[in-house]
Design a protein around this ligand. Structure first.
Ligand code: TRP
Length: 341
């Protein structure tokens, strides 16, 4: 195994959308393609239960969907021996690591985690599992810790996850101090594009807001979503297309900036828009083509993998994570004096 390790994950709560691509997957693919890291991509089905405990059937379906989405964007555990898809619930060693690290993490510091705090404000009836998830996620990260001199443990995430990583670093250092273990404090990696606005212009694309374009959507669905994208309101109404408009207030332009590889064309269209020389219909028509081109290879891979043995892929990756996790747990257990009398 390489000494440079990547671990990151997603909760398996449904099909993935363009926001997931821009905010996470694109970066995962880039890191994978450097070839420098042993990569573990975690299907966080246990963490999905922190908010979806009343809908376990959703998880079964979602794991399949997420694996297919991951394969279709180009994560490649089939051809790259250093890439692993890991199903969280299938790594019992990780659960043990989680409870042991829970003795090192402090209640106060977990409750001060700003991401957890703001999530709790929107949850009137949070489970104990939910409260514990920032700690449980530390076990996700360290289950594949090489625990060796010069190791690197990289965690590509969205910005909202950074407080969790800060907590992870603190707990790793404290464990090393208290028990003489050699956990590698992790490093976060945040992309520059970050978040994609929803098709309704809302600052976040999210299934619950119904403003997504999914990676698995067909052209007709996408066309409908694009037609509904808000435009600069000064241009609505008769003759609006001849009025000067602001591309920043026009959702289709935000998508062009994220997905249209032809930067010059985007700049040109924006200039025409500012001077009232291009219609919103044309901007949107071009966006449909751009997204169709972007999705073409993704759709081709999805078709190719539709009959693949997904269970085998996940089982392989999960076994690799279990192999990595065993010595980590053994070392911590011993350092904590959890030994037979
Ligand atoms: N909490 C992360 C999210 O909602 C998913 C996740 C679970 C994760 N375990 C992880 C991310 C470990 C990074 C590392 O996006």
């Amino acid at each position: 195994m390489k000494k440079k390790v990547v671990l990151t994950g997603m909760r398996t709560t449904g099909v993935l959308h363009l926001g997931h691509y821009v905010g996470a997957l694109k970066q995962w693919i880039d890191v994978q393609n450097t070839g420098e890291y042993e990569c573990y991509f975690l299907l966080a089905d246990v963490q999905a239960l922190t908010t979806h405990a009343n809908n376990p059937a959703l998880l079964t379906r979602s794991i399949r969907e997420v694996v297919l989405d991951w394969l279709s964007v180009g994560l490649d555990p089939i051809n790259l021996p250093y890439v692993h898809f890991v199903q969280q619930s299938q790594v019992p060693e990780r659960h043990e690591l989680s409870i042991l690290l829970g003795m090192v993490a402090r209640y106060g510091e977990v409750m001060r985690d700003p991401t957890l705090k703001s999530e709790l404000e929107h949850q009137s009836d949070a489970s104990m599992g939910f409260l514990y998830y920032p700690v449980d996620q530390i076990a996700d990260i360290h289950m594949v810790d090489p625990m060796a001199q010069g190791a690197e443990l990289l965690v590509p995430v969205g910005e909202d996850q950074l407080p969790h990583l800060e907590l992870a670093r603190e707990v790793a250092r404290r464990a090393n101090h208290m028990y003489g273990t050699s956990f590698t404090p992790c490093d976060g990696l945040v992309g520059h594009i970050g978040r994609l606005v929803g098709t309704d212009g809302n600052s976040k694309m999210s299934k619950s807001m119904g403003n997504t374009i999914n990676l698995s959507d067909d052209d007709k669905t996408i066309s409908k979503a694009i037609n509904g994208m808000p435009i600069d309101p000064t241009r609505s109404g008769k003759g609006g297309h001849t009025k000067p408009g602001d591309p920043d207030k026009t959702v289709a332009f935000i998508y062009h900036r994220a997905f249209n590889p032809n930067i010059d064309e985007v700049a040109e269209m924006e200039e025409l828009y500012r001077t009232g020389n291009i219609g919103d219909g044309d901007v949107k028509k071009r966006l449909k083509e751009v997204l169709a081109e972007f999705l073409a290879p993704i759709r081709a891979r999805r078709a190719q993998y539709d009959n693949a043995n997904l269970a085998e892929i996940v089982l392989d990756g999960t076994m690799a994570a279990r192999d990595a996790c065993r010595p980590v747990v053994a070392s911590l257990r011993e350092s904590m004096h959890l030994l037979l009398p």
